[in-house]
Each structure stands twice: as structure tokens, then as C-alpha cells.
Design a binder for this molecule. Structure first.
Ligand code: HEC
Ligand code: HEC
Length: 317
């Protein structure tokens, strides 16, 4: 849902097909039409395990591309993994956005896509047939940040996801929004390296690709990462997004163990019934982050603690 905060703006009526406006230069760099054969699943089990962890816990692929029961606290997953899910006006979308079936099904999923096509979708923004994806699919956040190794790991895991033969309805965006996003898909400028091994650098990396920086940014025109102040629309009303800066209400007084515990507390999601009219914790991807590795949660905490503290040069004023 996150990118919606940035792009969607006001809730609007959806329309049928865009009445073919003069196309603003079709994406010529589009992924080529798909040709069999199916790319075999990677035999590297460590890579597949890494990809699964990223897709389920850190990058939120499963949380968006799978049906969830948003009537329940935290929105537990309720459909077959990665078989597709749609978001409409109740999420203040500019139309209906469908995160498609990306299981290994050859017809309805990505079973016939090449690795290259999948990699391009993740960080360049090209979908099926080369169309530009609405940036709710977080390719803009991942373009120059998600490392080549991690992107490949996700693709390796995708190959192993059981096929579900179910078509996802196509997204239906307002025509003006379709026109507006055409330039967003773009080729990668170059290779994306792994982050350095120290906890702060890894924490920065994780807080970026997990979109903490993005969702928890300020509401300013030039959003300040982690400063808080926006609100995330949900079917039960907007959820205010707090600051994650060290001096803010969340992080102040929260030690590292308590920070980790905030996340792991959501491991047993789905037990509580809907609490309509109340904050249901649907926007923050707790269901995904609850299973982040402890060392990763700790790395993010340590990194967050370095944010917003005056640098030596700036501390004079
Ligand atoms: C915040 C929600 C969100 C997250 C997280 C997300 N996606 Fe998506 N994804 C979408 C939406 C929505 C679309 C369709 C956009 C459109 O129709 O313009 C999409 C489109 C795609 C497509 C193109 C499918 C097609 O048929 O064209 C692929 C492939 C894909 N996502 C893979 C992934 C993978 C892999 C991950 C995790 C690394 C991921 N997505 C994470 C929401 C998300
Ligand atoms: C899609 C938007 C979104 C993303 C991505 C997101 N958050 Fe949040 N976050 C929220 C919202 C909304 C709340 C307030 C509601 C709640 O507590 O669930 C929140 C609350 C929190 C809280 C406060 C919990 C409390 O007990 O008060 C912490 C800590 C937090 N987020 C950390 C993170 C970290 C770390 C990441 C990245 C790993 C992250 N968030 C990513 C939307 C987001």
C-alpha cells in the first residue's frame, strides 16, 4: 500500500478502459514478448532460502500479492501464496490496483517469464508485455537500492512457488494516472552492490528496501525519511504513521530489546477479530516484519538511532 501515499493522492472513481489517449511514447525498452522454455528453478538452496526470506519478511511481496483478511487485526494472509490480490477505493487507490498472480503458473503467473524479465520488473518497473507498472509495486524504492544478489535471490525463490491457475483481474487506473506514470519505468543505471557488512550499513539497507524510510517519511513536499507525519489509508480509516527518529515518541526510551519485541509480538497474527472503527494495524506490514531475523531488526534499530542526531558540523547551531 505504501506507494499509494506518494502517488495516489485523492480517492477517485474508477473508469473502464482508458479511452486510448495519444500514447506518450510507448515504453520501447519494454521486456521482450515471452518465449518458452521455462527457466529452471535455481538449484542453489541458499539463494532460494534468502529469496524466500526477502519475499516473505523484508520486501513484502507475499503481503501484497496474496489475498489477506483485512477484516481481522493485522490482515493475516488468507489466500494461496502469491496468487494475486486487488486494492480499490477502500485503500484510496486511483482506480483498482491488482497485484497479479506471480506464482510459477505458466499461463496466469510468471512461469514463462525469463529471469531477466523478473529482474526488470523488480527494479525497472516493467510489467507483463512491457507496460509501466503503477509504483505501488515498489520498483522506485528498489531501483538503485535492492542489491543484484538479493534481486536474484527473490527470482530464484519465485521459481519454487507452487503454481496457482487463477487469473488476476487487470488493474484499472484512472486514465490521467496511467498517463502520468509512463516515465517512471526506466532501465537500471548500473549494477547495485551489496551493503557493507557492518550493522549500521545493513540496517540502512534494510530500512530502505523494507520501505520504513518511505512510509515513515514526513508529509513535506520534500519528505524527510523516518520523520513521520503521513497517514496510511485503510478500509477502516487512516492510520497515522509515527516518526522513527531517535527523539520521536516511538524510539525515545525504546531500547533495542523492546524494539525487537514490538515486531516479534505480531508473530501470532490473526487470532484477534476485526475491530471496526479502530486502528486495526493494517498498514504497517507487521505480518511480514514479525518474522524478520533478530539480527536484522537489531541492525535497523542501530541504524535508526543514528538518524536525526546532529552531525558534528551541524551541532553548533
Ligand atoms: C506494496 C505492494 C507490493 C509489493 C510489496 C510488491 N508488489 Fe509486485 N506488484 C504490486 C502491484 C499493485 C502490481 C501491479 C501494478 C499495476 O498493475 O500497474 C505489481 C506487479 C508486479 C509484477 C508484474 C506482474 C505482471 O503480470 O505484469 C511482478 C512480477 C511483481 N509485482 C513481483 C513482485 C515481487 C517479486 C515482489 C517482492 C520482491 C513484489 N512484487 C512486491 C504490488 C506490490
Ligand atoms: C506501508 C507503510 C509502512 C511501512 C512500509 C512501515 N511502516 Fe511502520 N508503521 C506504519 C503505520 C501506519 C504505523 C502506525 C500503526 C501501527 O502501529 O501499526 C507504524 C508503526 C510503526 C512503529 C510503532 C509501533 C508502536 O508500537 O507504536 C514502529 C516501531 C515501526 N512502524 C517501525 C517500522 C520499521 C522498522 C519499518 C521497516 C522495516 C516500518 N515501520 C515500515 C506504516 C508503515
Amino acid at each position: 500500500m505504501s506507494v499509494v501515499l506518494l502517488v495516489a493522492g485523492a480517492a477517485c472513481r474508477q473508469r473502464e478502459e482508458a479511452p486510448k489517449p495519444p500514447p506518450p511514447a510507448p515504453p520501447v525498452v519494454a521486456a521482450k514478448p515471452v518465449a518458452p522454455p521455462v527457466v529452471p528453478a535455481s538449484a542453489d538452496s541458499a539463494l532460494v532460502a534468502r529469496g524466500r526470506y526477502l519475499a516473505e519478511s523484508v520486501l513484502g511481496c507475499v503481503g501484497c500479492h496474496t489475498e489477506r483478511d483485512y477484516g481481522r487485526f493485522g490482515g493475516p494472509v488468507s489466500g494461496p501464496v502469491l496468487a494475486g490480490a486487488c486494492f480499490g477505493e477502500e485503500w484510496e487507490m486511483p482506480g483498482t490496483l491488482c497485484a497479479p498472480n506471480i506464482t510459477s503458473d505458466p499461463e496466469h503467473g510468471v512461469g514463462r517469464w525469463t529471469d531477466e524479465q523478473l529482474l526488470r520488473t523488480l527494479r525497472e518497473g516493467y510489467g507483463r508485455d512491457g507496460r509501466t507498472l503503477f509504483p505501488m509495486m515498489p520498483y522506485m524504492e528498489w531501483r538503485t537500492t535492492l542489491s543484484d544478489g538479493d534481486a536474484r535471490a527473490v527470482v530464484a525463490w519465485l521459481r519454487t512457488v507452487p503454481a496457482v491457475a487463477r487469473a488476476t483481474p487487470p488493474s484499472k487506473l484512472l486514465p490521467e494516472v496511467t498517463a502520468e506514470i509512463q516515465d517512471l519505468a526506466a532501465p537500471l543505471p548500473g549494477p547495485v552492490a551489496e551493503p557493507a557488512a557492518d550493522p549500521i550499513a545493513r540496517g540502512r539497507y534494510l530500512a530502505t528496501v523494507a520501505q520504513c524510510a518511505f512510509c515513515h517519511a514526513s508529509a513535506d513536499e520534500e519528505p524527510k525519511p523516518f520523520a513521520g507525519g503521513r497517514a496510511a489509508p485503510t478500509p477502516f480509516g487512516a492510520e497515522p504513521i509515527p516518526s522513527l527518529l531517535p527523539g520521536g515518541p516511538v524510539m525515545k526510551g525504546l531500547d533495542e530489546d523492546a524494539f525487537v519485541a514490538r515486531f516479534t509480538a505480531f508473530k501470532d497474527l490473526g487470532a484477534a477479530p476485526s475491530r471496526k472503527g479502530q486502528v486495526n494495524k493494517l498498514a504497517m506490514p507487521w505480518q511480514a516484519f514479525a518474522s524478520m531475523k533478530e539480527e536484522d531488526l537489531r541492525a535497523m534499530y542501530r541504524f535508526l538511532k543514528t538518524q536525526g542526531t546532529p552531525t558534528r558540523r551541524a551541532s553548533g547551531q
